[in-house]
Design a protein around this ligand. Structure first.
Ligand SMILES: Cc1cc2nc3c(=O)[nH]c(=O)nc-3n(C[C@H](O)[C@H](O)[C@H](O)COP(=O)(O)O)c2cc1C
Length: 204
């Protein structure tokens, strides 16, 4: 029997049950309906240190991610993501970019680059994209403004690429910071579910 396809979501929001968490739930529910096995990783619950810019992870050439000298939970999170067929990356927009929680995780993805001392710029170790990615952002401003003025979409897209994923959908959920406990708007719910189907399309 075929193994169920695996979808892993990384949540960079500070609020469990908030907009991003709820949007991730919709993506995963739709993917689950298509027979995928789904799971969530809350960055809030993980011990992940800041990248120290020692660059030891990026000195040696090769397709596999470089070895990070920091002993925390990053390696197990990356093992989990590398074993997935699809990933979801979600973050609120804070100060025009992803949350600090998300950024701390993203900076650690430098282990997927080959960047020896002496080289001017990093190069991705591989251009292979064996998995798909869906990206979710939420913000107080209208979504169209976030698309134009914020760096957040680019941060998540490059994180997905580093994780060997081709982005198949980006959902920006705008105008969501008007109440303390705002429900995920119906339209966003539908769009998130659509992305869940897109993530699993062709899996069966
Ligand atoms: C410190 C902070 C900075 C924020 N900066 C922005 C911003 O620059 N632009 C914006 O549209 N919304 C901003 N927001 C609103 C958040 O994007 C919004 O509360 C979040 O998307 C809700 O998602 P959550 O329920 O998952 O926390 C900010 C919120 C906080 C707390």
């Amino acid at each position: 029997m075929q193994q169920p396809k695996k979808i892993v979501a990384v949540i960079g929001s500070y609020r469990k049950g908030g907009i991003i968490d709820s949007a991730v739930d919709e993506v995963l529910a739709a993917a689950g309906e298509q027979g995928a096995s789904v799971s969530k990783i809350y960055l809030l619950d993980k011990h992940i240190e800041f990248c120290s810019n020692c660059r030891s992870c990026s000195q040696d050439e090769g397709d596999r991610r470089g070895y990070c000298a920091i002993r925390d939970e990053m390696a197990t999170v990356l093992d989990e993501l590398e074993s997935a067929d699809g990933i979801v990356l979600g973050s609120p927009v804070n100060f025009f970019t992803v949350t600090a929680l998300t950024k701390r995780f993203v900076e650690r993805l430098v282990c997927y680059a080959w960047w020896p001392w002496g080289a001017r710029a990093p190069r991705m170790r591989t251009t292979e994209r064996p998995r798909k990615a869906v990206l979710l952002l939420s913000c107080a401003m209208p979504a169209i403004m976030a698309r134009i003025f914020c760096g957040a979409p680019r941060v998540l897209k490059s994180a997905a690429a580093a994780l060997g994923a081709r982005t198949v959908g980006l959902l920006i959920i705008g105008q969501v910071a008007q109440q303390e406990h705002q429900a995920l708007p119906a339209r966003a719910r539908n769009n998130a579910r659509r992305l869940g189907y897109k993530l699993t399309a062709g899996f069966r």
